[in-house]
Design a protein around this ligand. Structure first.
Ligand code: BJW
Ligand code: ZN
Length: 241
C-alpha cells in the first residue's frame, strides 16, 4: 500500500494536506469526536458558539485557557514533522482545522488556519486583534475599548475567515494529491475541500485509524495513526529520490 502511495506522491507537483484534531492526538491533545474527545464529555453548544460565550464567557475562557496551556506544553509529533520534511521536495500546503499551531512549530510554513488560532485574541466589538503573550489577570479579559475579548477561533454558526477560505479552495482545486489526515470530516465547510480537489482530478488519500463519512470517496485509505503512517510515506519517497 505504501509503495503505491509513494509513487503517487513522487509524481505529484503540488500536495495539499487537510488536517484535523487526529494529527495532534499523538502529541497529547484530545480530539473532538474520537475516543476521549471533547464533544463526548461536553456539549459543543455550551462551549463553541457565540451565544454560549455571551451566556458564560468565564466558562468558555476557562476551557480555552486549559487547552492553551496543554497545547503550549505539547510538541509536534512525527506526523507534523513528516509533513514539514516533505516540503523539502514538493510544494506542500497545509489546510488545518486545528488551532494548536503545531504544524508551524514543526517547521511547515505554508499553513492556512481555517478555524483560527488559540494563541490569538480578538475584541467582540472593535477591530483589536493580538497574540496572547501572557496569562490574564482575570477572565474574561477586557479590551482597551472596555468590551470583552474572545479567542480568535471559529465557532459553530460563524463564517471562516473569508480570505483564508478562498485561498484554501484555490489550493484544493489546484493540487495533484490531497492527503486528509486525522479529521472526521464531520464539519462543514472544511469537509468540502476533498470534493473540490476530486472534481479537479486530484488523487485523495486518507490517513485515519478509523473510517470516516468520506472513506468510500477516497482513492486510498491508510488506516493507521498519522505519527505512524506519515514518516513511512516520506521515508519511501526520500529513499527513491
Ligand atoms: C487520528 C488519530 C491519530 C484519532 N492519527 N487520526 C446544524 C446546526 C448548526 C450548524 C450546522 C448545522 N449543520 C451544519 C452546520 C454547519 C456547522 C457544521 O458543520 N456542523 C456539523 C458538526 C453538523 N459548521 C459551522 O458552523 C462552520 N461555519 C459555517 O458553516 O458558517 C456558515 C456561515 C457562512 C456565512 C456567515 C455565517 C455563517 C464553523 C465550524 C466551526 C468548528 N469549530 C470547532 C471548534 C472551534 C475551534 C476549537 O476550539 O478548536 O472546530 S468544532 C471542532 O470540529 C473544531 C475542529 O476544528 C472541527 C473538526 O473536527 P476534527 O478536526 O475533524 O476532529 P474530530 O474529533 O471530529 O475527528 C478526529 C479524527 O481523528 C477522527 O476521525 C479520528 O478517528 C482521527 N484520529 N487519532 C490520525 N493518532
Ligand atoms: Zn475592543
Amino acid at each position: 500500500m505504501f509503495e503505491s502511495v509513494s509513487d503517487l506522491i513522487r509524481d505529484a507537483e503540488k500536495i495539499v494536506f487537510v488536517t484535523g484534531a487526529g494529527i495532534s492526538q499523538e502529541s497529547g491533545i484530545p480530539t473532538f469526536r474520537g475516543k476521549d474527545g471533547y464533544w463526548r464529555k461536553y456539549d459543543p453548544m455550551q462551549l463553541a458558539t457565540i451565544d454560549a460565550f455571551y451566556k458564560n464567557p468565564k466558562l468558555v475562557w476557562e476551557w480555552y485557557e486549559d487547552r492553551r496551556k496543554n497545547i503550549l506544553a505539547a510538541h509536534p509529533n512525527k506526523g507534523h514533522l513528516a509533513i514539514s520534511d516533505l516540503a523539502k521536495y514538493k510544494d506542500v500546503i497545509v489546510l488545518t482545522q486545528n488551532i494548536d499551531g503545531l504544524h508551524q512549530r514543526a517547521g511547515s510554513n505554508q499553513v492556512l488556519e481555517l478555524h483560527g488560532s488559540i494563541i490569538r485574541i480578538k475584541c467582540t466589538v472593535c477591530d483589536f486583534k493580538d497574540n496572547i503573550t501572557d496569562s490574564f489577570d482575570g477572565l474574561p479579559p477586557k479590551c482597551k475599548c472596555g468590551e470583552i475579548l474572545r479567542p480568535d477561533v471559529v465557532w459553530f454558526g460563524e463564517a471562516l475567515p473569508q480570505d483564508i477560505w478562498h485561498d484554501a479552495i484555490n489550493h484544493a482545486k489546484s493540487c495533484d494529491v490531497m492527503i486528509i489526515v486525522g479529521t472526521s470530516l464531520a464539519v462543514s465547510p472544511a469537509n468540502t475541500l476533498p470534493i473540490f480537489a476530486k472534481q479537479n482530478g486530484a488523487v485523495l488519500i486518507e490517513v485515519n485509524p478509523e473510517r470516516t463519512v468520506m472513506s468510500e470517496y477516497m482513492d486510498l485509505s491508510i488506516t493507521e495513526t498519522s505519527a505512524n503512517a506519515l514518516p513511512q510515506l516520506i521515508s519511501l519517497l526520500e529513499f527513491r529520490r
